[in-house]
Design a protein around this ligand. Structure first.
Ligand SMILES: NC(=O)c1ccc[n+]([C@@H]2O[C@H](COP(=O)([O-])OP(=O)(O)OC[C@H]3O[C@@H](n4cnc5c(N)ncnc54)[C@H](OP(=O)(O)O)[C@@H]3O)[C@@H](O)[C@H]2O)c1
Length: 228
């Protein structure tokens, strides 16, 4: 299952996972875009099921995982859904703060928790959360991104905590924290920044991680610095 699969890193990851042979469930809010991603996967011979989902809403996440159960077991979850709302610190409204934390952190929590319950039954499962260099101590921070940065520090902590409790149940969790990736989010947030990574770069790493025994690295955060 991939959240944030309607575009960007999530869409590329969904395509790469399907190309590796898995039936991929696509979650995001934009149904038309999800159908487009699912259609391209099927055109390439893969299997995809789009499920319209707002990851910050518990009822949507329950519906998503109910749909997955009718398809099969959740072998892997990739949480790529995210928003970035830029504002100078003193102008951040409680609404902007709440939306950012609700989608980026609580959305990841809700999906990871639902996946954990299913994976615990199967005694097997792998989770990849998408953090950001924004959530890594001592990397360069950009002004206007306080809420986003805080949400990503949370995602990295969430992943470490899941790894601790997942160990006894065969569940592993890894966080991947990219620098600038060429997506709509980055283009809107910082049009002047030249991204050194493509969504395909990140997707390739995620598939490699999901394809390997993650146990020794479970709980780790992998920062991705561009080579460009
Ligand atoms: N681009 C970068 O430079 C960069 C760097 C580091 C980390 N990241 C992280 O990578 C992840 C993917 O971002 P991206 O760069 O690919 O951005 P993007 O192109 O803007 O994609 C964001 C995705 O999140 C989905 N989304 C947003 N709110 C949602 C919600 N409430 N429920 C479900 N889905 C939601 C969007 O779909 P809908 O609008 O259809 O819901 C879209 O599929 C994010 O977590 C982002 O923080 C990005």
């Amino acid at each position: 299952m991939v959240t944030g699969a309607s575009r960007g890193i999530g869409a590329a990851t969904a395509g790469a996972i399907a190309a590796a042979g898995a039936h991929v469930v696509l979650a995001a809010r934009d149904r038309e875009a999800l159908d487009g991603v699912a259609g391209r996967i099927r055109d390439n011979g893969g299997e995809a099921t789009p499920v319209t989902t707002d990851v910050s809403r518990l009822d949507d996440v329950e519906h998503l995982f109910g749909t997955v159960e009718r398809i099969g077991s959740v072998a892997a979850l990739v949480c790529a859904a995210g928003v970035l709302r830029s504002a100078p610190f003193e102008q951040i409204t409680p609404a902007t703060w709440a939306e950012t934390l609700d989608v980026n952190l609580t959305g990841s929590f809700l999906c990871c928790r639902a996946a954990f319950i299913a994976m615990r039954r199967a005694r097997d499962g792998r989770i990849v959360n998408i953090g950001s260099l924004s959530g890594v101590y001592a990397t360069e921070k950009f002004p206007g991104l306080t809420a986003y940065n805080v949400s990503k520090y949370g995602v990295i902590g969430l992943t470490e905590a899941i790894a601790v409790e997942g160990k006894a149940h065969g569940i592993t969790a890894i966080c991947v924290s990219p620098g600038a990736v060429d997506t709509q989010m980055l283009r809107q947030a910082n049009p002047a920044l030249r991204p050194g990574l493509t969504p395909g770069d990140v997707a390739e790493l995620i598939v490699a991680l999901l394809d390997s025994p993650l146990a020794a690295a479970s709980g780790a955060n992998i920062p991705l610095f561009s080579n460009a």
